[in-house]
Design a protein around this ligand. Structure first.
Ligand code: UD1
Length: 420
C-alpha cells in the first residue's frame, strides 16, 4: 500500500490548479441514467471515486467514455440493461446510493446494496428511502440490499427533510425530475454541488424552481434529453490548499478557485489571519501575520463544511491560543486527532467538540490515514512539522484528491509517494 513521505517546514509558493468538484461530479454522473441521450461532463477530476462510479454505471449499461485525451471530459450514454448496484462496488463508495432515484424514476426498479464509504459514523439512508416512498415507491430491505420499485411512474409529492442531507436532496431531485406532476422538496441542502446538479438537470430539460435555496419545486417531465455541462471547481480542495498555504506561512495562487462557493470557510480563515484575495483566475492565499484560534461548528452549507473540519484543526494546531471545533454532521469524525497528537498537537475531544490548543511547532512522525479528509489533514500537518512524516494507508486520499503530491511539490514542498 502506498504511503507519502513529507519533510516539513518549507513555505509553499506558486500556483495550484483546482480541479472539478468530486462531490458534484459523482451525482452528475448518475444523472446520465436519466436520459437515453448523451450527457457530456467537462472538468471531471481524475480520482478513484470517479472510476468507481464509471464502473457502477457501466454495469447498469451506461458507457462512460473519454471525449478528450486528458480524461477530463466524459461522455455518458446507453440503455439501462441492469438495475442492480452490487455490494462489491457500492461498499467502496457511499455516493453509489445516488443511482437509486434515477433508476427508479427511469425504469421503475432498482436494487442497490446498502452503502459503505468512509468509516465516519453510521450514515443511514433513511431520508432517501422515505422520500422515495412518499413518491409512491415500494421499498423492501433484504439481504443487505434496498429493493425499490414503482408501478408506472413516481408521483410528485411534498417532502420535508428533517435534516438537510446532501445525498437525499440529490436523489429526490433526480427522481422528481421524471415524476408525474409537481414535487416540492423542503428543508433541502443547498451546497454548490446541488446547484450544479440542478443546473445540469435544467440543461437536460428538467423544470426546477428555487435552485440555490432550501426549497425546490420540480414539475416532472416525460423525458430528459442530452446536454453538455461543465463541473464547478472543488471548494473542499480549494479550502484544503488554502490551509496548506497558511500553515506553511506561504503564498499560493489557487487557479480556478471560487471564493463565492467557500461560504463560512473564507470568513473563518480570514478571521484566523489568512489573507484571501479574489483574482481574475482564482484566489491568492497567504498568511498575513500570525494565526490565531477561531471556534467553528460544522453545519450544512453555507456553514462550515464537515469536509474541512480535519484540515482546519491542523491549522488551529499551529495557531496562537485555543479553538473549539464542534462536529455536528457526523459522529466519529475525529479519528485524525490521536494521529495529530502523536505529531505534537494538543487536542482534547469531549463528545462532539474538540479543544485545540495551539503549539509553536508540530514534529514529524509516522501516522496512519483513516478516511479521506483525515488523510489530507495529516499531509497538511506533515507540511507544517519539523522533520519527516510518513502518512501510511493513503488509498483514501486517492479517492478525493488528484495528484496531491505533485501539486504540493510544484509549490516547493518536499513530498513524495512511496509505492510498495
Ligand atoms: C455528502 C458528501 C460528503 C459530505 C456530506 C456532508 C458527496 C458524495 N458526499 O455526503 O463528502 O461530508 O455530504 O456535507 O457529496 N443522514 C441520515 N439519513 C439519511 C441521509 C443522511 O441520517 O438518509 C445523516 C448522515 O448519517 C449524516 C448527515 O445526515 O450524519 C449528513 O449526511 P448527508 O448530507 O446525506 O451526506 P452525504 O450525502 O452522504
Amino acid at each position: 500500500m502506498d504511503s507519502i513521505r513529507i519533510r516539513g517546514g518549507k513555505p509553499l509558493s506558486g500556483r495550484i490548479a483546482i480541479g472539478g468538484a468530486k462531490n458534484a461530479a459523482l451525482p452528475l454522473m448518475t444523472a446520465g441514467l436519466l436520459t437515453e441521450q448523451r450527457l457530456v461532463l467537462e472538468n471531471v477530476p481524475q480520482l478513484a471515486d470517479i472510476s468507481t462510479m464509471a464502473s457502477l454505471l457501466a454495469q447498469h449499461g451506461i458507457a462512460v467514455d473519454n471525449v478528450t485525451d486528458d480524461g477530463r471530459s466524459l461522455s455518458l450514454g446507453g440503455a439501462i440493461s441492469n438495475t442492480e448496484a452490487p455490494y462489491d462496488i457500492v461498499r467502496k463508495m457511499r455516493a453509489s446510493i445516488l443511482v437509486l432515484g434515477p433508476l427508479l424514476a427511469r425504469v421503475g426498479e432498482a436494487r442497490v446494496s446498502l452503502p459503505g464509504g468512509c468509516a465516519i459514523g453510521t450514515r443511514p439512508v433513511d431520508l432517501h428511502l422515505k422520500g422515495l416512498e412518499q413518491m409512491g415507491a415500494r421499498i423492501d430491505l433484504d439481504g443487505g440490499y434496498i429493493h425499490a420499485s414503482v408501478q408506472g411512474r413516481l408521483r410528485g409529492a411534498t417532502i420535508v427533510l428533517p435534516f438537510a442531507s446532501v445525498g437525499a436532496t440529490e436523489n429526490l431531485l433526480m427522481a422528481a425530475a421524471l415524476a408525474d406532476g409537481q414535487t416540492v422538496l423542503a428543508n433541502v441542502a443547498r451546497e454548490p454541488e446541488i446547484t450544479d446538479l440542478a443546473d445540469c438537470l435544467v440543461a437536460m430539460g428538467a423544470r426546477i424552481a428555487g435552485i440555490g435555496t432550501d426549497r425546490l419545486t420540480i414539475e416532472g417531465v416525460d423525458a430528459l434529453h442530452g446536454a453538455t455541462h461543465r463541473i464547478i471547481p472543488d471548494r473542499i480542495e480549494t479550502g484544503t490548499y488554502a490551509c496548506a498555504a497558511a500553515i506553511t506561512g506561504g503564498e499560493v495562487r489557487l487557479v480556478n478557485a471560487r471564493l463565492d462557493h467557500l461560504g463560512a470557510v473564507a470568513r473563518t480563515l480570514r478571521e484566523a489571519g489568512v489573507e484571501m484575495t479574489e483574482e481574475a483566475d482564482g484566489l491568492l492565499v497567504r498568511r498575513a501575520n500570525g494565526l490565531h484560534g477561531v471556534d467553528v461548528m460544522t453545519e450544512p452549507y453555507p456553514g462550515f463544511p464537515t469536509d474541512m473540519q480535519a484540515q482546519y484543526m491542523v491549522l488551529m494546531s499551529v495557531a496562537e491560543g485555543a479553538a473549539m471545533v464542534t462536529e455536528t454532521i457526523f459522529e466519529n469524525r475525529f479519528m485524525h486527532v490521536p494521529e495529530l497528537n502523536r505529531m505534537g498537537a494538543r487536542i482534547n475531544v469531549h463528545g462532539a467538540s474538540a479543544i485545540v490548543r495551539g503549539v509553536s511547532a508540530l514534529s514529524g512522525a509516522p501516522v496512519m490515514a483513516t478516511d479521506l479528509r483525515a488523510s489530507v489533514s495529516l499531509i497538511l500537518a506533515g507540511l507544517a512539522a519539523k522533520g519527516e512524516t510518513v502518512v501510511n494507508r493513503v488509498y483514501h486520499l486517492d479517492r478525493g484528491y488528484e495528484a496531491v503530491e505533485q501539486k504540493l511539490a510544484a509549490c516547493g514542498a518536499d513530498i513524495e509517494r512511496l509505492s510498495r
